[in-house]
Ligand binder design. Structure first.
Ligand code: SF4
Ligand SMILES: [Zn+2]
Length: 108
């Protein structure tokens, strides 16, 4: 849960907000699943790679884990990506080499 500052809402399925009796609640459903992460705050969405990954990935069975890390006094969202079909860690979350090989074989 984070407190709101003025920021642009991300176009992200993990972003959650709720207004109830004047109380505002904001959350990132992805980061809050990760007990090893530093806490989320809305300003992290501005530089988070997740919305773009979800828009552009070719991996149909993509699982993401997100962690807030801090380097040089700046926090950012780091992603760990897996293709759950091939149980393979993806260095590039946009492409799974095994999925691409299957696609190539199907198109032959
Ligand atoms: S931090 Fe990233 S994953 Fe979480 S709500 Fe913001 S844009 Fe989405
Ligand atoms: Zn795959």
């Amino acid at each position: 849960m984070g407190k709101k500052k003025s920021f642009e809402r991300p176009d992200c399925p993990y972003y959650y907000e709720d207004y109830y009796r004047g109380r505002e609640t904001y959350a990132c459903r992805l980061i809050e699943r990760n007990p090893h992460s530093r806490p989320w705050k809305p300003s992290l969405c501005a530089t988070c790679p997740v919305p773009r990954i979800l828009r552009e990935t070719r991996v149909s069975y993509l699982a993401l884990e997100a962690t807030v890390t801090r380097k040089f006094f700046r926090e950012r969202v780091e992603i760990f990506a897996v293709c759950t079909k091939h149980l393979r860690k993806l260095d590039n979350p946009l492409i799974c080499p095994d999925c691409e090989a299957e696609r190539a074989a199907e198109n032959q």
